[in-house]
Design a binder for this molecule. Structure first.
Ligand SMILES: Cc1cc2nc3c(=O)[nH]c(=O)nc-3n(C[C@H](O)[C@H](O)[C@H](O)COP(=O)(O)OP(=O)(O)OC[C@H]3O[C@@H](n4cnc5c(N)ncnc54)[C@H](O)[C@@H]3O)c2cc1C
Length: 256
């Protein structure tokens, strides 16, 4: 079904991303053989680290021409095996695309590259009084691109929603090598096919996301933590529905 990666293809790839961003040695490629799914691993034939949408496009054009599979990869913290190159070929890492391109305080939007670590974005927007709520427990290790691909979310989801509720615009590269943009700095964007949401949660199967516009909200001014002991599980569980029935949506509730 697929062809093997030849020396000639590796040479072309290194012309696109640079020799220093083209890994072929077994030891250098080892971190790219797995994500965080226990027991699942597969060897890539080559790992390339892209720095721009144009590089991603050129890699896809080459891969299409040569019938080589491409597996996109963010930080490799996934729990569904999506970044594991189960059919070999090229692992396309976005780890170098780590720029926060803009924090637009007037429009409450951030524009970022996919390799930005989620916790870094949290800190950057909070420093200017804004808030990006999605909070997967892996936030200090995983990337925004991986969050988009996995629709990631954490304990704040009940009050604030998950990643898909904050993605307003995407730049992405299709397997053909075509660079597309969809959505934008818009909250109301209601006609036409919703390609932003189609790509969000698609686990890298439709396109590689190379730029992301995210909605921000004002940083809450006050936060109160409550630690409440209970005698039994049932009364603790009933409190959750009782609190919500009162019209109070907590940021997070955790059972310890
Ligand atoms: C300890 C731990 C705790 C976790 N907690 C949570 C949690 O609370 N909530 C939660 O939702 N998840 C959680 N996860 C899972 C994981 O962190 C998330 O799925 C996260 O979004 C993965 O991001 P990543 O950058 O590591 O992606 P990767 O693992 O590198 O890739 C994940 C998928 O995204 C694709 N992909 C990556 N970048 C791109 C891109 N730019 N364009 C297109 N496709 C791309 C890959 O092909 C793959 O299919 C946890 C994982 C661990 C190990």
């Amino acid at each position: 079904m697929y062809n093997r990666v030849t020396d000639g293809i590796i040479s072309e790839l290194s012309q696109i991303v640079g020799i220093e961003n083209t890994l072929v040695r077994t030891e250098a490629m080892e971190p790219y053989t797995h994500d965080h799914v226990i027991g699942l691993r597969a060897d890539p034939e080559v790992v390339v680290k892209a720095s721009s949408a144009e590089q991603v496009a050129a890699i896809f054009q080459l891969a299409q021409r040569e019938k080589i599979p491409v597996t996109p990869r963010g930080a490799g913290y996934g729990l569904s095996g999506g970044a594991v190159p189960v059919v070999g070929g090229i692992v396309l890492s976005l780890e170098k695309m780590t720029r926060i391109l803009e924090i637009d305080r007037e429009n409450l939007m951030a524009t970022v590259e996919p390799g930005v670590i989620t916790g870094d974005l949290h800190r950057a927007v909070e420093a200017v009084g804004l808030f990006y709520p999605p909070d997967p427990a892996s936030l200090d290790s995983c990337s925004i691109g991986g969050n988009i691909a996995e629709g990631a979310g954490g304990p704040r989801a009940v009050k604030y929603g998950v990643t898909s509720n904050y993605v307003c615009g995407l730049e992405a590269v299709l397997p053909s090598g075509e660079i597309i943009t969809c959505g934008g700095k818009l909250v109301k964007n209601v006609t036409g096919y919703n390609l932003v949401q189609l790509l969000t949660g698609s686990e890298g199967t439709l396109a590689v996301v190379t730029k992301i516009i995210l909605r921000l909200i004002p940083l809450p001014k006050h936060r109160i933590d409550l630690f409440v002991p209970y005698d039994d599980f049932e009364s603790a569980a009933l409190t959750v529905s009782a609190v919500i029935a009162q019209g109070i949506i907590p940021t997070a509730m955790e059972f310890m």
